[in-house]
Design a protein around this ligand. Structure first.
Ligand SMILES: [Zn+2]
Length: 199
């Protein structure tokens, strides 16, 4: 059992604190891509150099997409094979924006959730998606107090209500697990009621 959470270079954090980092090759290509993008912006409009720079950038985008997809398939397969239940936050760009008031590039996350759903189905593992507006980061896992002052840069925080110390990502993962299991229990109950009705 684990729940996972997206971060920037840390891709996933489980409720036991284990983290899966984004792969080095991906981070390196992303760095090259940023450089190529800057190079393109410096080229004169309509010039041959600009055309070349644009092609180079498109090639890099394809490379990023390929590396990312392969890696996401691998991680999703590992999770689907080893876990009976995975609780995951269903993030979206809009959700991250609402949560933090800023745009976080996380299209890759929604792709990963899709791949994970596919792998879980294939390997008979249960995937529970927790609503993207559930305040996983800001919720104290000890007392339930919501820390509205928490900002994206705060990796550690102390609950003003009960004094508990939190690692942001780990606490979020604990909250997502709890919420996911609650949703799963509700679903199970509803399923049982339906079966009773049918009987
Ligand atoms: Zn608290």
């Amino acid at each position: 059992m684990a729940n996972i959470k997206t971060m920037l270079t840390t891709f996933l954090v489980g409720n036991d604190g284990t983290a899966i980092q984004s792969p080095q090759p991906l981070l390196m290509v992303l760095k090259t891509l940023r450089k190529a993008s800057r190079r393109l912006s410096r080229k004169k409009k309509g010039s041959n150099g600009r055309k070349k720079a644009r092609l180079a950038l498109a090639r890099l985008h394809r490379r990023v997409a390929n590396i990312r997809r392969d890696w996401q398939f691998k991680i999703a397969l590992e999770l689907a094979r080893t876990l009976d239940v995975t609780c995951i936050e269903d993030l979206s760009l809009a959700g991250m924006k609402a949560l933090w008031g800023r745009k976080v590039s996380d299209l890759a996350w929604s792709n990963f959730v899709k791949i994970l759903a596919w792998q879980c189905k294939k390997h008979g593992s249960t995937l529970v998606k927790v609503d993207r507006f559930f305040p996983s980061y800001k919720l104290c896992s000890q007392c339930g107090h919501v820390n509205e002052q928490l900002e994206l840069k705060d990796r550690q925080w102390v609950c003003l209500s009960c004094g508990a110390r939190h690692d942001r990502d780990k606490t979020a993962a604990v909250n997502i697990k709890r919420e996911g299991l609650r949703l799963l229990a509700l679903e199970h109950e509803a399923g049982c009621r339906l079966m009773e009705k049918a009987a």
